[in-house]
Write a protein that binds this ligand. Structure first.
Ligand code: DX5
Ligand code: ZN
Length: 214
């Protein structure tokens, strides 16, 4: 399993140390939650913060844009060091164009859906994306409970991937702990995003190690 700790739950007063800590414990991806107070009712971080980490970690910068206008900011996020740029299906009018434009930036492109969005809407785009991010909580805040309907979405994505030889990675985000990560793994998930269960853990090392082993 690939583990992508979400810095949303990190201690921002010592962000660099927090990032280096999860890297030293074996995490190879770092999940950056970008919220604009528009697409979701919360405001978090922008390219400036990402830029300040640029060159200071070898982790894959896994950027999750929860914003209404991803194309307006994609270039800035790429310049700030993003390796993966994931946008929300619900946020854009022209999904195909959004995928194509992000691809032109030479980053991996991901697409995400909220818990109440039917997974079938992604069908026309599955051969075009590098990653599909299944939200297992309503986007906006860390520390929420895992919504079990994500499991069927992961199973669907795994089946589609195998049957059609698609190349996308399957990622899940929200309410992930050792228990829910295991369920997601069994369903076919390849990357788990975890904020609270890693950054607020009493024993981070144990949590990351167990997830990596799945
Ligand atoms: C929620 C974010 C998540 C969040 C997960 O909108 O996309 O990445 O940080 O937090 P936990 O792991 O605490 O549910
Ligand atoms: Zn996220």
């Amino acid at each position: 399993m690939i583990v992508s700790p979400s810095i949303l739950s990190a201690d921002f007063s010592k962000l660099y140390e927090e990032v280096k800590d999860v890297e030293a414990l074996g995490a190879t991806y770092l999940h950056i939650d970008v919220m604009d107070g528009h697409f979701v009712p919360n405001i978090t971080i922008g390219p400036t913060v990402l830029n300040s980490l640029k060159g200071k970690t070898k982790m894959i910068m896994d950027v999750h844009l929860m914003i209404t206008d991803p194309l307006k900011y994609a270039k800035e996020f790429q310049k700030a060091g993003s390796n993966i740029i994931t946008f929300h299906y619900e946020a854009v009018q022209d999904v195909k164009k959004t995928i194509e434009e992000i691809k032109k930036l030479n980053v991996m492109v991901g697409i995400s859906i909220k818990p109440n969005t039917n997974i079938n809407v992604l069908k026309p785009y599955l051969d075009l994306v590098d990653l599909v991010l299944v939200m297992s909580v309503e986007p906006g805040f860390g520390g929420q409970m895992f919504i079990p309907s994500a499991i069927d979405k992961i199973k669907y994505l795994k089946k589609e991937k195998e049957e059609n030889k698609y190349h996308y990675l399957i990622e899940v985000d929200g309410g992930i702990n050792l228990e829910t990560a295991k369920l997601c793994k069994e369903a076919g998930c390849e990357i788990v995003v975890a904020g609270t269960s890693i950054f607020k853990a009493t024993d981070r090392q144990k949590v990351i190690k167990e997830m990596l082993k799945m």
